[in-house]
Design a protein around this ligand. Structure first.
Ligand SMILES: [Zn+2]
Length: 312
């Protein structure tokens, strides 16, 4: 037998095996045995999907802010020989990109928060501070929530692992997860707002940009930066705390990682997402201070949020 003939035979063999496996998968997922497995965890799957939806809502927290620890930023060279200015004019329509001179770019890189406020029209006042605290609170819960959710999903799948053929749980984990009814979990950080300072030389051949990404770390710093500059109304500064990541942790510890609404505790329920709630909402003049903060599980917090919205 020639070498080419042998290779062809191996190739045909592989294709045949792949097709057979696909048919096997198709039949397995349609079979009654799998349907029973799926329905045995249906309640848990629905819970996971609910939390997934909730996390996506947290990530989309409204961040329409018209736009003395300076945050970090990245300066990168985006020079391009055949740069077309028109492209950047298109991009410039976004409220998160500011086309600027070389000197503004340089300053924005060394003092990002100062230039963020100045060029993206972010007012330095108490209202803005509260809004960013709200964003940080929700983003921090989303960041924690997505990993708790992934753990919980893996835990649920492990409960039925014995009833699922080993070849499927090893080779087709992703498909199995989908067929069990779990919605995909987005673990990316793409939802953090990014503000960009962009410089293009007159000829268009040279350019550079500076990105300020408001991730958890930078939001923490930005809030501290704002609070240093804000002149607080009614001199409430004394009783006001800042909704930083460390305050969130402090409140959870104080409440012994227990929801103050339904008393579920992270000690009893693993992968329970706990959030920090303003007892009197910020929108109704509530303050960020320890006596106005409590720990709620995500379900209680969501229910409360819906009630507050209805009452408005
Ligand atoms: Zn609760």
């Amino acid at each position: 037998m020639s070498e080419g003939h042998k290779l062809l035979e191996i190739f045909v063999g592989i294709v045949f095996a792949l097709i057979t496996y696909q048919i096997y998968l198709h039949q397995y997922f349609k079979g009654t045995k799998f349907i029973l497995v799926r329905s045995s965890i249906a309640r848990h799957t629905a819970d996971c999907n609910d939390l997934n939806q909730h996390i996506e809502e947290l990530k989309s927290t409204y961040l329409h802010v018209k736009s003395t620890d300076y945050g970090h930023s990245d300066l990168s060279d985006t020079s391009h020989y055949n740069m077309r200015r028109r492209t950047w004019q298109e991009l410039g329509k976004s409220n998160r990109i500011h086309n600027c001179s070389a000197s503004v770019l340089k300053n924005a890189n060394s003092q990002p928060f100062k230039y963020l406020c100045k060029y993206f029209d972010i007012r330095v006042d108490e209202e803005t501070l509260s809004r960013f605290e709200h964003v940080l609170n929700n983003f921090a819960a989303a960041e924690q929530g997505k990993y708790l959710l992934e753990n919980e999903r893996n835990h649920i799948i492990s409960m039925v692992d014995d009833n699922i053929p080993r070849i499927i749980s090893t080779l087709s984990k992703k498909r199995l997860t989908r067929e069990l009814g779990f919605q995909p979990i987005d673990l990316s950080n793409l939802y953090f707002p990014v503000f960009t300072f962009h410089y293009i030389s007159a000829g268009g051949n040279s350019s550079a940009k500076c990105d300020i990404k408001l991730d958890i770390e930078n939001l923490d710093k930005f809030i501290a930066y704002l609070s240093d500059l804000v002149k607080f109304r009614n001199s409430i500064e004394g009783q006001r705390s800042l909704m930083t990541s460390s305050l969130r942790e402090k409140i959870k510890r104080r409440d012994n990682y227990t929801c103050q609404g339904c008393w579920l505790s992270a000690h009893q329920v693993t992968n329970l997402l706990l959030e920090i709630d303003h007892i009197m909402p910020l929108a109704r003049g509530g303050l960020t201070c320890e006596s106005n903060l409590q720990t709620l599980c995500w379900k209680c917090n969501r229910t409360k949020g819906a009630k507050v919205l209805q009452a408005q």
